[in-house]
Design a protein around this ligand. Structure first.
Ligand code: GLU
Ligand code: ZN
Length: 296
């Protein structure tokens, strides 16, 4: 049984880049006669835009997406994440850290793929008293490799390229890396189709899966949509929200972006016909590894 998912963060309405991830994960699930679930990754309440989660669900509906079961909200899953962190504490795989960002920047001599490598200060020295600690996982000498259905073989040496990473922040928020692994396992996800901006995170997630004896999903990382200036489209760079009044043309563009070669004749037909074309012609193998621009 194939179970896929789309996991938006409600930091703003859907933009073209997030729509592309929804289309790809949906078509791939339907091509396998699988289920497609939606999970709202609203862990980071301070960064959330009020009402964005509802807006996203309405946009998905307007585009004709249908998902199985109830939408899961990560903001309601604190207990599940706490329990998993406790399991990792019991296995002595995690340790508390009271370093500030500045201390880490000053003491680290190594730049990794996602910022500086944490110099393990709190593993080697006493913690600061009366300070709430963050929790980090030891990466030891883990070398993670996996075969991505689009990007090919990926290999990462966690200790040298990432370092001991945070699972729970000092402000009490659980990190994306932990939440995504716990939820993908809890929801029985078998396949993950998402943006290549998360490719660097995947080895951390596989490492956590291994430490928790979870299954590892099959991954497919689609190219990230850039704007004309070559910037990644994101809510931070204020990518325009997708227009639900123009859904069939936007869906056509998303399919085109994903290398699916939808014919021009279906550009101005009703939405259901574009979906019909998409679901009868979908082929993951056509998706390019990289893509320069969102449209033509
Ligand atoms: N919530 C993440 C995002 O919007 C996606 C997480 C995932 O697909 O694993 O970028
Ligand atoms: Zn520390």
């Amino acid at each position: 049984m194939y179970i896929g998912r789309f996991a938006p963060s409600p930091t703003g309405p859907l933009h073209f880049g997030s729509l592309v991830a929804a289309v790809a994960s949906f078509c791939e699930a339907k091509a396998h006669r699988g289920h497609w679930l939606v999970r709202m990754e609203d862990l980071d309440k301070p960064r959330e835009i009020k009402g964005a989660a509802d807006t996203i669900l309405h946009q998905l509906e307007a585009f004709g997406f249908e998902w199985q079961g109830k939408v899961i909200y990560q903001s309601l899953r604190h207990d599940a994440y706490a329990e998993v962190l406790q399991q990792l504490k019991n296995k002595k795989l995690v340790y508390p850290c009271t370093c500030t960002r500045k201390e880490i920047a000053d003491n680290s001599h190594q730049l990794g793929v996602d910022g500086v490598i944490y110099p393990q200060t709190c593993l080697k020295h006493p913690l600061k008293p009366h300070v709430t600690a963050a929790w980090r996982i030891k990466t030891n000498q883990a070398e993670i490799s996996f075969n991505d259905a689009i990007q090919g073989n990926i290999r990462q040496m966690l200790s040298q390229q990432i370092g001991d990473f945070i699972l729970k922040r000092a402000d009490g928020l659980f990190a994306y890396q932990l939440a995504v692994v716990v939820d993908d396992a809890a929801q029985g996800i078998t396949h993950i189709v998402r943006g290549a901006d998360l490719l660097d995170s995947t080895p951390r997630q596989i490492y956590l899966q291994q430490m928790l004896s979870y299954n590892t999903q099959q991954y497919a990382h689609i190219p990230v949509a850039n704007d004309v200036a070559g910037q990644k489209l994101s809510k931070q760079t204020l990518a325009e929200p997708i227009d639900t009044n123009d859904a069939s043309v936007t869906l056509w563009k998303a399919l085109h972006f994903l290398g699916q070669q939808p014919p021009d004749e279906i550009k101005n037909v009703i939405l259901a016909e574009v979906w019909h074309w998409a679901l009868t012609h979908w082929n993951l193998a056509y998706i390019p590894k990289l893509r320069a621009r969102a449209t033509e």
